[in-house]
Design a protein around this ligand. Structure first.
Ligand code: N01
Length: 571
């Protein structure tokens, strides 16, 4: 709302606008059954489901429109790594027939338009307050209600709060000495301007080579005079193989959409490709290489999830895959010195989220792109003229930070959540997050988290996990209402068991060996704990369904409504 307010003040004068503002805030303030924070894939669907189930629900969103991740991350080249036909809602069978599928991977503008169109069709905009960044979510023990406050002055109360704030939305921008004195422009991929950023004729420095850096680099290189990449960790980038989809394939696809959706929901990763069942160690070397070559040729998910059954569990097999990728880097890069810097050697393949790139390695063959290996030549400071590393000064006009996120917990902790007995969420999680099914936290009654820690969300095709969470939560709230309960809370022992299970599953893999955001290792001081659940979405869904069918064991169901009614009746 802030931007709208500033424009109105210019046009109509401060006094009138202050009154309008106060009235606007008051009309949206009030008491609700549920407040949903966030208007991305998760928030839109959550508000829709609760509204349709007859709950009084309000959505709050920091941005000025819908989109979530796809509202904020609008850097050039931003695109989804999941293929177009899978990266959408499954609950809109008519709309999915109409929505055009043009490219193998949907770009940021396409996904944003998709979400805007869905919000319009479902008439969801009226249920959201935009420009409201929530900074306080506090539980009142006596009233058993949450008070949610936003920076724009809006205050609402509700029995339930659902956080749909995204697992990767609290951006992390490291502090480099001197950054405030830089004379040029500085941008973060995670909050890219809405207006085009002029890059022609500019010397650009890019810090960060995760998925965002890998996507933005080729676009920067195409537009800017020069790009200097400051790389701390070389990545195993997989080729995306972006292409226009054959309309005949799309037609066939759409004719079978419902069956494809059904299969998608029971897969481990939310994408229905066959899981490999053979170890590389069972194959002759030539067969392994042929299989890797074919997966590399197909690109994307086919290389990420389609090679060997034990690619992220067996160090020996992992080394085979890693060697294969390093050999590809050597083949693509013209300059052997640059190729050597780009070959990852600090972590096992797949244990940091593998970026999916278009022309990423090829871009280093351009004459206007250079690479600084920060492990050999670290950044000392930012100067007014550029970035100074130990060995040189790099003159720049623009610095782009693609430096990642405080994943899974950051977006929840920055809401300022205070639960029962005045306990802050970050204190409850000082030793690492503790959740039941990644959906509820002991000590925080009636607070639900979507794609939070302990959920499989970020290791799947996220909308599929989101739909599962949303539907499960909506059904749970309906169940509570029907049974006269005024809420629910995760039981501490159930949360402990789930949290231990999440870690045990991770410990059967090589994931915990890497310094990744999965482990919280990218944020100084964050507990080193594997955050998502990697047991598979299909398995997780079955577990959630069994719990629902069994009357929600592991949750303490509030019964004060029933108790009050009984007392009333008895009196
Ligand atoms: O962030 P990242 P991201 N000095 O954490 C470097 C999703 N996503 O925004 O590896 C120098 O992966 C850091 O170095 P290191 C996806 O799940 C999806 O790229 O920590 N460098 C790393 O290179 C993804 O995994 C899509 O040593 C510093 C980079 O910054 C997740 O979001 C697109 C530094 C951060 O990489 C996060 O991706 C984009 C420092 N002080 C994102 N601090 C799609 O679906 C950090 N770095 C397409």
């Amino acid at each position: 709302m802030r931007r709208w307010f500033a424009t109105a003040v210019q046009r109509q004068g401060a006094e009138v606008c202050r009154t309008i503002w106060a009235v606007a805030i008051q009309t949206q303030a009030g008491d609700y059954d549920a407040v949903v924070i966030g208007a991305g894939f998760a928030g839109l669907y959550m508000v829709y489901r609760l509204r349709e189930a007859g709950f009084r629900v309000r959505g709050l969103e920091a941005g000025s429109g819908v989109g979530g991740t796809w509202y904020w991350n609008r850097y050039p080249g931003a695109r989804c790594d999941s293929e177009s036909m899978y990266y959408s809602y499954s609950f809109l069978p008519e709309f999915e027939q109409e929505w055009p599928l043009e490219q193998r991977y949907p770009t940021q503008p396409v996904i944003l338009r998709y979400l805007q169109t869905v919000a319009g069709r479902l008439d969801l905009l009226k249920d959201f307050t935009f420009g409201s960044r929530v900074d306080s979510v506090r539980f009142d023990d006596g009233a058993r209600r949450w008070t949610v406050r936003a920076g724009d002055g809006l205050t609402v109360t509700a029995r339930y709060v659902v956080t749909a704030t995204g697992a990767l939305s609290a951006a992390s921008r490291p502090r480099f000495e001197g950054a405030e004195d830089f004379a040029g422009q500085q941008y973060s991929t995670a909050s890219w301007p809405h207006e085009p950023v002029p890059l022609a004729g500019r010397r650009v420095g890019l810090i960060g080579t995760g998925s965002s850096g890998v996507q933005v680099l080729p676009e920067l290189a195409r537009q800017a005079e020069s790009v200097t990449v400051f790389q701390r960790t070389a990545q195993f980038v997989t080729p995306a193989r972006q292409e226009r989809l054959d309309p005949r394939m799309v037609e066939l696809w759409k004719a079978n959409y419902q069956e494809i959706r059904r299969r998608t929901k029971i897969t481990p990763g939310g994408i229905p490709i066959p899981s490999p069942i053979r170890s590389a160690l069972e194959m002759p070397a030539a067969e392994r290489t042929a299989l890797c070559e074919e997966a590399w040729r197909r690109g994307g998910i086919w290389f990420l999830d389609g090679t060997f059954s034990d690619a992220v569990t067996s160090p020996e097999v992992n080394a085979i895959v890693a060697d294969f990728v390093r050999s590809k880097i050597g083949e693509i890069i013209d300059d052997p010195v640059v190729a050597e810097k780009l070959k990852p050697r600090t972590h096992a393949w797949g244990t940091k989220r593998v970026p999916v790139g278009s022309d990423y390695y090829e871009t280093y063959n351009r004459p206007n792109v250079s690479l600084v290996d920060l492990r050999a030549d670290p950044i000392e400071r930012i100067t007014p003229a550029g970035i100074r590393t130990r060995s040189a000064e790099h003159p720049l006009d623009v610095i782009v930070y693609a430096t990642g996120f405080d994943a899974l917990t950051g977006s929840l902790e920055r809401l300022g959540v205070i639960g029962r007995d005045g306990v802050r969420l970050q204190d409850a999680w000082a030793g690492g997050p503790r959740t039941y099914l990644g959906l509820m936290v002991p000590g925080f009654p009636n607070l639900f988290t979507i794609t939070g820690p302990g959920s499989p969300g970020v290791v799947t095709n996220v909308p599929v996990a989101i739909e599962q969470h949303v539907e499960w939560i909506a059904e749970f709230l309906s169940y509570l209402r029907e049974h006269g309960h005024d809420g629910a809370e995760a039981a501490p022992d159930a949360a402990d068991q789930w949290t231990a299970h999440v870690r045990e599953v991770a410990d059967t893999t090589l994931y915990p060996t890497a310094d990744s955001w999965y482990m919280g290792a990218n944020i100084p001081g964050k507990p080193r704990v594997f955050l998502p659940y990697i047991g598979g979405l299909g398995v997780y869904r079955r577990r959630c369904d069994e719990i629902a069918a069994g009357g929600y064991p592991g949750f303490v169901l509030g019964s004060s409504v029933v108790a009050q009614e009984a007392a009333h009746g008895a009196g």
